[in-house]
Design a protein around this ligand. Structure first.
Ligand code: SF4
Ligand code: SF4
Ligand code: SF4
Length: 317
């Protein structure tokens, strides 16, 4: 068996840079941030070259849309990072802080209700980059889903945003047809003709917008775009399904502010070592929700950031 020569302090230092020890060796996997799972052909080529030059030629994909190059010797880590920087690529994505954002392909997907690539890039800049030095009780994962099909499971992240299109129903146009094309178009059975008129069950409707334009009498011609936000999801040693805030946000700025407030709330009120779902459980969902809808956390942002908290966080990977 190989003799390991890297000290625990050095291992910890490079882990914070996104280099994870390859077990039983002195080599590391370098975790490259893709922002939202979208990289250029040039960047892809650069990663392949770096894998051949500094690693063992193997490239792996992680579940959170980062790319890892395996088998990098400790003394090649800096050269590897410099090589990647030629095409604007950086390593990272570890520790008790905001983690790389995960997004679906909502920008190009036929069901997409938001520009998932653009919004996730904005979230990446504002919270992954902007909060990179901010210590949290544990890791904090953000996901962006283009529609209620939930392909990237936003409700299993600490916070998840889902694109919405709330249908606008013009009751006066509805003739209560025997065979209602809106009812047929609704994938979750939320739209039904009852007593000669269409009814949309607001509890059951997930605002997928699939019924818009389906009525031949123009009863549903428009929708209101928006964002649904889930908080407190997690998937791992323990599982929690996130709960949706009782509001569909129609302003992107407001939705992104909720993410910032959630990070500040977690930093201020989370206990070191606990995930956001536990913080919410402890505080109570209604309490957490009212703080996320109010402005106090943002007004106290600097005070919360300046506090000496979570000097050693709970994340182990
Ligand atoms: S969540 Fe919706 S928009 Fe995103 S990939 Fe799935 S179906 Fe497409
Ligand atoms: S919503 Fe349109 S298709 Fe459905 S019952 Fe009313 S008029 Fe007919
Ligand atoms: S928005 Fe989607 S879930 Fe809601 S009524 Fe229309 S088709 Fe059904």
């Amino acid at each position: 068996m190989a003799t390991l020569t890297i000290s625990p302090e050095e291992e910890k230092r490079v882990k914070a840079l996104g280099f994870l020890s390859n077990k039983g060796t002195d080599n590391f996997s370098g975790r490259i941030i893709t922002i939202n799972g979208k990289i250029s052909a040039q960047q892809m080529q650069c990663i392949s070259e770096a894998a051949n030059l500094y690693g063992n030629g193997v490239v792996t994909l992680t579940t959170r849309l980062t790319i890892e190059v395996q088998g990098i010797p400790f003394d090649k880590i800096e050269d590897f990072r410099t090589y990647l920087s030629k095409f604007g690529l950086v390593t990272g994505g570890t520790g008790s802080k905001v983690r790389p954002v995960v997004a679906c392909k909502g920008t190009t997907c036929q069901y997409g209700l938001l520009d998932a690539f653009a919004i996730s890039e904005e979230i990446h800049e504002r919270f992954y980059v902007g909060y990179n030095t901010v210590k949290l009780p544990h890791k904090f994962k953000i996901a962006v889903g283009g529609c209620p099909n939930n392909c990237v499971k936003p409700d299993l992240n600490d916070i998840g945003i889902i694109g919405q299109m709330t249908p606008v129903f013009e009751e006066d146009c509805c003739n209560g047809c025997k065979k209602c094309s809106v009812e047929t178009a609704c994938p979750v059975g939320a739209a039904k003709v009852v007593d000669g008129i269409l009814e949309i069950d607001e509890e059951a409707c997930n605002n997928c917008g699939r019924c818009i334009g389906k009525c031949r009498f123009d009863a549903i011609e428009e929708g209101v775009p928006g964002f649904k936000i889930y908080i407190g999801g997690r998937w791992g040693k323990r599982i929690a399904i996130g709960k949706a805030l009782n509001k569909v946000f129609t302003s992107k700025e407001e939705a992104l502010d909720v993410i910032e407030k959630a990070i500040l709330l977690f930093r201020e009120q989370g206990k070191t070592g606990e995930r956001f779902s536990t913080t919410i459980e402890r505080l109570g969902f209604e309490n957490a929700e009212s703080q996320l809808l109010a402005n106090d956390l943002l007004e106290r942002k600097q005070e919360i950031l300046d506090a000496k908290l979570h000097l050693v966080g709970g994340a182990t990977c």
